[in-house]
Design a protein around this ligand. Structure first.
Ligand SMILES: [Fe+2]
Length: 197
């Protein structure tokens, strides 16, 4: 069996521990459990894809330091920091009237494990989004169910919910196909997401 790099495995261990520690929703817990099981089989890692977007330079460091003094996030953020140079940050091409005007240059996403990610595979998706301050991400939906682990200030909504603030270490679950969005306030928004197709 092929080996996974230590830096990626170390990050996965830390994020799955954080999800296990924080997710309370029963459907979210079941989803994460299946993602953890699938992740035991490594897929090939893409090489030399690391690339930041301009929004990363001023805001990634702020976002990473927001939760780093609280266990178990200190270890998670430290391991994300070690992994980050290998990741390819991308912006979302879709832009509609629900997004703020500063959305195109004000956000970056990276797929860590999943389609087009560092570990390129279709069966599980795990990544992170960064929003500059005062950015509203467009409403969107997707078939895979999704569990968020939020590592910053910022607001979210899904379905008929109003905007809510999970806070650092907060989690929530998006059922398949639900419309959802996020927006940052004075500070950058930084949130991990795990999807199960
Ligand atoms: Fe989503």
């Amino acid at each position: 069996m092929m080996a996974r790099s230590d830096v990626l495995q170390g990050f996965l261990d830390a994020i799955f521990e954080a999800f296990d520690d924080r997710v309370t929703d029963a459907l979210g817990r079941a989803s994460i459990k299946r993602i953890v099981a699938a992740s035991k089989v490594p897929h090939p890692e893409r090489q030399d894809i690391g690339r930041r977007l301009p929004v990363c330079e001023p805001y990634l460091e702020d976002a990473l330091s927001a939760g780093c003094d609280r266990p178990p996030f200190a270890r998670l953020l430290e391991r994300f920091r070690a992994l980050e140079p290998l990741l390819e940050w991308k912006s979302r091409p879709q832009f509609d009237e629900t997004a703020s005007d500063n959305f195109p240059s004000g956000h970056a996403n990276t797929m860590i494990v999943g389609p087009g990610g560092l570990e390129d595979r279709a069966d599980i998706w795990l990544g992170v989004s960064l929003l500059a301050p005062h950015v509203r991400y467009p409403d969107h939906d997707h078939a895979p169910e999704e569990t968020y682990l939020v590592m910053s200030d910022g607001e979210f909504r899904h379905g008929d919910s109003g905007w809510f603030s999970p806070g650092v270490g907060g989690t929530f679950y998006n059922p398949p196909g639900i419309r959802h969005a996020m927006r940052s306030g004075e500070k950058p928004l930084f949130a991990f997401w795990a999807l199960l197709p």
